[in-house]
Design a binder for this molecule. Structure first.
Ligand code: NCD
Length: 301
């Protein structure tokens, strides 16, 4: 049984294959419209989502399959105290594949251990979000024509931002990438990730200064400060607007910088940047559907 739980599973070869498959789907969607006829995708979302859940559902519908699920913990038996292990046993009787988002780190892994169907981690707490990484990689590949030799800036909430952790894992597997990690001291990457990067010989620098460091970047990945992971409102309010990318800051950057954001955006990127040809965050959202179609096909094969 194949699952996708951790971005460490995304080898360069596998990513290349999924991107090629997603590109093929974009070029000939009609030839895929029956590929999952009779199959059911369950979306088990214990946490809010717009893009991820809808793009998964749209992906399955585009493949001729059907979907069922819930979009909040309140509307599932989790509110009665049911464990993830028990829920996934049930869902395995009703669906052929599932995408799960849960506030607790490790939930998708636990689900996969008790599941009779492929489990896709659609975000587990502040840990990982590997399918966002797939759409991020497809976006980078579309603008840079490569996934190696890049200076990648990640800015904002690097501590709780699961998309950041997954993207670092996946891009570290490609040759000669280096990372510029821009955050306030309290929102630096978790220690375990820093240790893994050092151990793996990954090149990175940590700074609080976006204005200077943006000049070096080929890609900048802005992130939302993850309000839902904070213990107190006061800290969130103090840190939430630490970095706001605007036209003026962007004027210091390379002419071919790719400006990315997993969305939803709060204030991290000023809307005046939306029209800049370097902004690709809405492309990320668009590619999400196709790369998830490719993933569903692969996991069901
Ligand atoms: C991200 C997430 O859920 O981690 N959203 C998404 O899936 N595109 C980013 C975020 O919520 O800030």
């Amino acid at each position: 049984m194949k699952h996708l739980i951790d971005a460490k599973e995304l080898s360069p070869e596998y990513v290349e294959r999924l991107i090629a498959s997603a590109e093929d789907i974009i070029s000939a969607p009609g030839s895929y419209s029956d590929r999952c006829r009779g199959r059911i995708l369950a979306t088990l979302f214990y946490e809010p989502s717009t893009r991820t859940r809808l793009s998964f559902e749209s992906a399955m519908l585009g493949l001729g399959g059907q979907t069922l699920g819930f979009s909040s913990a309140d509307s599932s038996s989790a509110s009665k105290g049911e464990s993830v292990a028990d829920t996934i046993r049930m869902v395995s009787c009703y669906a052929d594949i599932c995408a799960m988002r849960h506030p607790k780190e490790g939930s998708a892994l636990v689900a996969s251990m008790h599941s009779g169907i492929p489990v896709i981690n659609a975000g587990d707490g502040g840990h990982q979000h590997p399918t966002q990484t797939l759409t991020d990689l497809m976006t980078i590949h579309s603008v840079k024509k490569k996934l190696d030799g890049l200076s990648v800036g990640l800015c904002g909430d690097l501590r709780f931002g699961r998309t950041v952790h997954s993207l670092i894992h996946a891009l570290s597997k490609h040759k000669n990438n280096s990372f510029i990690l821009v955050s306030p001291d309290e929102l630096k990457i978790p220690d375990y990730l820093r240790e893994e990067m050092i151990k793996g010989g990954v090149r990175f620098t940590e700074t609080e200064d976006l204005k200077q460091s943006i000049k070096e970047m080929d890609v900048i990945y802005m992130t939302r400060v993850q309000k839902e992971r904070f213990f107190n409102e006061e800290d969130y309010v103090r840190l939430k607007d630490s970095y706001i990318l605007n036209r003026q800051k962007l004027s210091q950057a390379k002419k071919d910088l790719a400006v990315m954001h997993p969305l939803p955006r709060v204030n991290e990127i000023s809307t005046e940047v939306d029209d800049d040809p370097r902004s690709v965050y809405f492309d990320q959202a668009r590619y999400g559907r196709f790369v998830r179609m490719a993933l569903i096909l692969d996991l069901l094969s």
